[in-house]
Design a protein around this ligand. Structure first.
Ligand SMILES: NC(=O)c1ccc[n+]([C@@H]2O[C@H](COP(=O)([O-])OP(=O)(O)OC[C@H]3O[C@@H](n4cnc5c(N)ncnc54)[C@H](O)[C@@H]3O)[C@@H](O)[C@H]2O)c1
Ligand SMILES: [Zn+2]
Length: 275
């Protein structure tokens, strides 16, 4: 950008998936102390998640997203037409975030995703557009109220506390959405074990994840116990202990700040994903 002579009146156009958006957004946040940027997401995951909310970051060998900035894009342009060339595995990875949003939003949305799972995995453009629209609207609403994640925005971490641990424990062999899908199941199980959700909730989440063509079991080289050390490395910890955002049911968050849970319970919940 320096060589190109970009001035403070310039603008960064970020065209690509979440990885590209994270990097380009971070460059825009830091170059000349900040220039505007526009997000043009081309993967489903980046349309429903990475492009919205203004979190930008670069990865370092010490961990994901440790170096980053909040910098809102001036606009976000989502065109599901780009998804025509996206590999199936990437489409499904994005659908995990769609499932997360539906779980957070409530029963009506969750039923819609359950009923339309086949259209979504078959990349029916109308279904994908509806999914993108409701995810963007939901996330934008939460972020608007709590841009810097001091409160309510934390609920967007649903499935991610364990998901990030699973992703790291797999050596990043899993796609982000695949790890989140597993995280959603295990956190639903955790909610059952904590007496927060009714029995059967984890089964419903698992059936949804499966219908969306996402994994419901850990890869063979990842054990429930093996995930635990990665949880305390997550930056969203307080005093080194992760806090879990748990659902009582679709659309009903138990405690928006998240609750701490003993490691033994966490392992028990992760057992749900074993073998
Ligand atoms: N900033 C945030 O709030 C936020 C939120 C979620 C995820 N992320 C980050 O986003 C990244 C994951 O994003 P992603 O899932 O989009 O992955 P990605 O950016 O790695 O893209 C996945 C693959 O798809 C290819 N691709 C992109 N668009 C394509 C298209 N239209 N057709 C064919 N191929 C295409 C890419 O070249 C890449 O190989 C992670 O690094 C994650 O940390 C950030
Ligand atoms: Zn995510």
């Amino acid at each position: 950008m320096v060589r190109l002579g970009l001035g403070r009146d310039g603008c960064v156009l970020a065209f690509g998936g979440g990885a590209t958006l994270d990097l380009a957004g971070f460059l825009a946040a830091t170059y000349a102390r900040g220039v505007p940027w526009v997000a043009l997401p081309t993967t489903l995951l980046s349309m429903v998640d990475a492009a919205i909310g203004g979190k930008t970051a670069v990865n370092t060998p010490h961990g994901k997203n440790l170096v980053g900035a909040f910098h809102q894009p001036s606009s976000v342009l989502c065109d599901v037409g780009y998804l025509a060339t996206l590999p199936d595995r990437e489409v499904r990875s994005g659908l995990a975030e769609v499932a997360k949003t539906a779980l957070l939003e409530g029963e009506e949305r969750l039923s819609w995703v359950e009923e339309n799972a086949r259209r979504l995995t078959g990349r029916d453009p109308e279904a994908l557009e509806e999914g993108v629209l409701f995810c963007v609207a939901y996330k934008a609403g939460i972020v608007e109220a709590d841009e810097l994640e001091t409160g309510r925005r934390r609920i967007l971490n649903l499935g991610h506390t364990l998901g990030h641990g699973i992703e790291a424990a797999s050596g990043y062999a899993l796609r982000h959405g695949e790890a989140v899908a597993l995280g959603l199941i295990a956190e639903a199980r955790l909610a059952e074990l904590e007496g927060v959700a009714e029995a059967g909730f984890a089964q419903r989440v698992e059936a949804l994840v499966e219908a969306l063509g996402l994994p419901v079991r850990l890869p063979p080289d990842v054990t429930p116990r093996g995930v635990v050390p990665y949880l305390s490395r997550d930056k969203k910890t307080e005093a080194g202990r992760p806090r879990f955002v748990l659902l009582e049911a679709a659309g009903r968050v138990h405690d928006e700040r998240g609750i701490p849970v003993p490691d033994t319970r966490v392992v028990e919940a992760l057992e749900r994903l074993a073998g």
